[in-house]
Design a protein around this ligand. Structure first.
Ligand code: NAP
Length: 249
């Protein structure tokens, strides 16, 4: 039986590129997002490259929590089994706290944390029924330390989802489940195209996702990607005194 992977937020950026690269590795795909025309296009692209591969697509807004459970169970039933679920859908809106833009911060908190919680619950229901599965959580390097201004809420959601996954890993230790947390640095995508030109550490989508896919395939407990400069940087980010840290970001 082919290995199967469910990826949320597969209509763009890292999710779409993960779909391509996991298809190249032989996986059948379960892909969801709100923009289904993009998912259909990706499905055609993958099938042209790999005729016979199974690619299921569904419309999903991760803020519609009932639908998250419905779609995840539907994918599991249709494909027969989910080997891996990547909780990837997310957005990067935000405003400094107390500056009159609660709406943007609330939307980020709902999508990136509550949406991810719903996805994790739904994935774990499927995995517990199967008695196996690999949960992959897309966090961010910004989760390493409280971040200022437009990043404050986003970083808090990414620390929150990393903690959800860490808690699950603690609970499931020694059992037939795997949990990985991925901490991407700057990887080109729709989310950051407005800062791509000025961000020197930005890597192209394909290269960044190759590092993500390699870490996921190794079932790493946690991975900063690409490893350089982000693995050593994670130590600095966590431990640098605040005046020094403020100069770095
Ligand atoms: N790129 C980076 O440098 C970077 C760094 C750290 C962490 N990350 C994380 O990596 C993940 C992917 O980000 P990206 O850079 O690939 O961003 P992106 O290019 O903006 O793609 C975001 C994806 O999430 C989906 N999405 C957003 N809101 C959704 C909702 N309410 N329901 C369902 N799907 C939703 C979008 O699909 P639709 O709009 O079609 O629904 C899209 O497919 C995110 O969790 C992000 O926080 C990225």
């Amino acid at each position: 039986m082919s290995r199967t992977i469910l990826i949320t937020g597969a209509s763009a950026g890292l999710g779409a590129e993960m779909a391509r690269q996991f298809a190249d590795l032989g996986y059948d795909l379960a892909l969801c997002a709100r923009r289904t025309e993009r998912l259909e296009g990706l499905r055609s692209e993958v099938l042209e490259r790999h005729p016979g591969r199974r690619v299921e697509v569904r419309a999903l807004d991760v803020n519609d929590h009932d639908r998250v459970f419905e779609v995840f169970h539907d994918f599991a039933d249709t494909l027969g089994h989910l080997d891996r679920v990547v909780v990837n859908a997310g957005l990067g809106k935000g405003a400094p706290l107390g500056t009159g833009n609660f709406a943007a911060n609330k939307q980020t908190a709902e999508t990136n944390f509550l949406g991810a919680l719903a996805q994790t619950e739904a994935a774990m229901e499927v995995f517990r029924a199967q008695r196996s599965g690999h949960l992959v959580m897309m966090s961010s390097m910004s989760a390493m330390r409280g971040m200022p201004k437009t990043m404050t809420t986003y970083a808090a959601t990414k620390a929150g989802v990393a903690h959800l996954a860490e808690g699950l890993r603690n609970e499931l230790y020694g059992k037939p489940y795997k949990v990985s947390v991925i901490y991407p640095g700057y990887i080109a995508s729709e989310m950051n195209e407005h800062v791509a030109a000025e961000q020197k550490l930005m890597v192209p989508t394909e290269k960044g996702v190759r590092a993500i896919v390699a870490a996921i395939e190794k079932e790493k407990a946690s991975a900063c990607v690409p490893p350089l400069p982000w693995a050593p940087m994670s130590v600095v980010m966590k431990h640098a005194p605040l005046p020094l840290f403020k100069k770095l970001i």
